[in-house]
Design a protein around this ligand. Structure first.
Ligand SMILES: [Zn+2]
Length: 324
């Protein structure tokens, strides 16, 4: 040990020893960085090889003069037109071209979105892990991964991702309760046991959870008429008619008999007038995302475009069909 106490020895020997030590550390660090980069490069090459297919377009896209932004532009066009294989090919070529971490993160995320749109959930998950390896706080990647797990019914993993999103400042309380409800629904229990567990969840202010319970078990909890109007349209018996909106709706459908109805809802009024005058009328529904404004023909708990939870707004109109 005395060897390390250079101050007790010849100062020149100590200086030489220190210089050698610094040199060894520098060489070791350089070697570590070199092999680490090589290892990462090999992993990326292996990843690309795994998904890459030789197509007649490959030669075209490999062209040196095609910049990353142009490749991205082309891939986006192919994605929009549903030519997912070409889009994947382009992103893989772009990944080969860049060594910058932020560009790789961006390209992996874009590639994951293509796989997701094409319905390859396992591949989406694998690509997203590459995004999260570069940037564990990438919210967009976590949100897509959440939907992948949602579709694969991996609710435990989904709750873990929601925990990560919570740490990143996202509001996830209602969604967590919703996922817990899905876990209960898929448990090996009888319906009565499931219902008992479901009603113990945090239902307050959770319109999506209330809708789910109404949809699956016809358990009704006081909630906004506008959140379940499409489900109420299927009801054979009137429900919650002490509420004016519900009352007007069921009156218009002819399911309750009031002498006079002072309508506040113009759609219900129109429906009622048409029916009372011998016309055939029906309600038609569509579903719009309040976040990305996409419109869908079916109700969604998670938006299929922007992946947000509880952003579905139910739109409805009265259609006047042919005369009786
Ligand atoms: Zn959306």
């Amino acid at each position: 040990m005395d060897f390390f106490f250079v101050e007790y020895r010849d100062p020149l020997t100590g200086l030489i020893f220190l210089t050698i030590l610094i040199f060894i550390v520098a060489v070791a660090n350089y070697a570590w960085e070199f092999f680490s980069k090589k290892d990462k490069k090999q992993k990326l090459e292996q990843f690309i090889k795994k998904f890459e297919k030789d197509t007649i377009y490959k030669g075209l896209f490999v062209n040196e003069r095609l910049s990353l932004s142009n490749l991205y532009f082309l891939a986006e066009i192919f994605t929009k037109s549903g030519e997912f294989e070409k889009a994947v090919q382009i992103y893989l070529i772009a990944l080969e071209k860049t060594k910058k971490k932020d560009e790789q993160e961006f390209l992996f995320l874009a590639l994951a979105q293509v796989y997701f749109k094409a319905g390859f959930l396992e591949r989406t998950r694998e690509v997203l892990f590459n995004v999260l390896k570069i940037s564990p706080r990438n919210k967009q990647a976590l949100k897509i991964l959440k939907i992948v797990h949602f579709k694969l019914k991996n609710h435990k993993e989904n709750l873990e991702i929601l925990e990560c999103l919570f740490e990143l400042g996202e509001k996830v309380d209602e969604e967590k309760e919703f996922i817990k409800a899905l876990q209960i629904l898929e448990c090996n229990m009888n319906d009565e046991e499931k219902k008992q567990k479901l009603v113990r969840l945090q239902l307050q202010e959770n319109s999506m959870l209330k809708r789910l319970l109404f949809e699956r078990y016809h358990l009704f909890f006081e909630q906004e008429f506008s959140n379940i109007i499409d489900l109420l349209y299927q009801e054979t018996q009137p429900l919650n008619i002490h509420n004016q909106e519900y009352r007007e709706f069921f009156y218009a459908l002819g399911k309750i008999q009031d002498k006079v109805m002072n309508f506040h809802n113009s759609h219900c009024k129109m429906f009622s007038i048409l029916c009372q005058n011998g016309f055939k009328a029906s309600f038609e529904f569509s579903y719009s995302c309040t976040e990305c404004k996409s419109t869908m023909p079916l109700f969604f708990y998670h938006c299929p475009v922007c992946y947000e939870f509880n952003t579905c707004k139910i739109l409805y109109e009265v259609k006047n069909n042919e005369n009786y």
